[in-house]
Design a protein around this ligand. Sequence first.
Ligand code: IPE
Ligand code: MG
Length: 229
Amino acid sequence: MDGNGRWAKKRFLPRVAGHVKGVELLREMVRACLERGVQYLTLFAFSSENWRRPQDEVTLLMQLFVKALEQEVEKLDRNGVRLRVIGDLAPFEPRLRELISQAEKKTADNTRLDLTIAANYGGRWDITRAVNQMLAAQPEKREAWSESDLESYLSMSFAPEPDLFIRTGGEQRISNFLLWQLAYTELYFTPTLWPDFDTAEFDKAIVSYQQRERRFGRTSEQLIEKPNA
Ligand code: IPE
Ligand code: MG
């Protein structure tokens, strides 16, 4: 979700106005996923690098996070949404951590949509942490471990690999998001700023995805002969 600041600047508003609008779009995106039967939506809300922003912007982002949890969890729950937050939550205020853990518990039995917020998240952090946890739990793996050994320790172990990655705001990079999981994901970059990324924009991304051919290393001919092999 990139482009909140630029959206605000274009309107001569403070950056925070862009973040407020950004939360609204988030709501719209959850609704769009529910309507379309999308089962997993994972949003990069705050990267481990975002602490470098001016202190007042960081504080405001945290306040927005708290407010969104206070106001939205009830409705998410009613709509069958399971909420998770991935990332290193240790540096967050106790109040925020408490709200996150309450929200995760409250929605734990929901199955309609898995909504995951990456907060103070970094793909390298995730992989490094997974390796450390695996070796602590299974020291014998020191000698040799496989990709599937590691996968159960990654933050997204509950989900299949993503089909589609969307980055708004014109930048064409992954910025340390789900590095491991994005290996075969279709990438979609759009200049549209996040606060302008509405349902119609989302559908454009889905149509673009539908036109791609996912070969996973195979040839086109193989896919035509045996599409599911
Ligand atoms: C993304 O918008 C939102 C967060 C990182 C929380 P930005 O704040 O990065 O907006 P730009 O890139 O300055 O326009
Ligand atoms: Mg940005």
